[in-house]
Ligand binder design. Structure first.
Ligand code: 6PG
Length: 249
């Protein structure tokens, strides 16, 4: 599996550069096809990237009417809860762009109709299928963003969890080691379908997991090491996360 690793000086330059890279990827994609599908991630660097995107001078060049936003995972909390990835993404970016509400595909929160993460995962799978690409089970994701935890998790796919082997398009997560424990996540199959997968991580606490993932660890101990895009897999990291990674520091 070919992976490209790009090291940035610090978390802020990483978030800013990733935002610039995303603007360019959006513009390139929408110059050749519509709609364009992007999968967002939660986590500190993922949300900071969205904040930088919202303040990008090139942002007005993006035609959001044909861009669809999805999530790689979500915390199973009531809609509007401050800990939801959707809530944080709306504050960081979505509330600042002119994107049709129907183009923002949030994973369900706990409400009267969705009372379990299994129901939320099933509903998301149906939404993904409604926008599937030609011959695919999910939309043609142009860029799929992922953060990575210190344990090597990506989205809400954690080492040693049964969800690593889940079929389908989205899966319910219980007892996640990162709070909150109940979540929804795309499955690996959905993630692998993306043209470009970008793993964005910063900080010394990610150095061991980064090194382990880049050294070809197995999926059970390093979900991050297993992910790849169908066309490109980018590791966008800062110098602290690169410490100890082979040939990087
Ligand atoms: C979540 C995220 C999760 C996150 C990583 C990295 O819902 O928590 O999707 O996968 O991206 O845990 O988070 P940090 O960037 O905050 O370390």
């Amino acid at each position: 599996m070919k992976r490209t690793v790009i090291v940035h000086p610090d978390p802020q330059s990483l978030a800013a550069a990733t935002a610039s890279r995303l603007v360019t990827a959006l513009l390139d994609a929408q110059s050749t096809h519509a709609p364009v599908h992007v999968v967002l991630t939660g986590g500190s660097i993922g949300i900071e990237t969205l904040r930088h995107l919202a303040s990008s001078p090139a942002l007005p060049a993006v035609d959001w009417t044909n861009v669809h936003l999805w999530w790689g995972d979500e915390r199973f909390l009531p809609a509007g809860h401050p800990d939801r990835n959707e809530t944080q993404a709306r504050a960081a970016l979505i509330d600042h762009i002119d994107i049709p509400a129907a183009n923002v595909h949030a994973m369900a929160g706990t409400d009267l109709t969705i009372t379990s993460p299994e129901a939320a995962a099933a509903a998301y799978g149906e939404e993904l299928a409604r926008f599937r690409g030609n011959g695919a089970a999910v939309p043609d994701f142009d860029v799929l963003l992922l953060g990575m935890g210190p344990d090597g998790h990506i989205a809400s796919l954690f080492p040693g969890h049964a969800a690593l082997r889940a079929g389908g398009l989205a899966v319910a997560i219980h007892n996640a080691p990162k709070p909150p424990p109940t979540r929804i996540s795309l499955t690996f199959a959905s993630i692998y379908s993306a043209k470009q997968v970008w793993i964005v991580c910063a900080g010394e606490e990610k150095a061991q997991a980064t090194s382990y993932a880049l050294c070809g660890a197995d999926v059970d101990t390093s979900p991050a090491g297993a992910v790849h895009g169908s066309q490109q897999t980018l590791w966008l990291i800062d110098a602290a996360a690169a410490l100890g990674a082979p040939g990087l520091a």
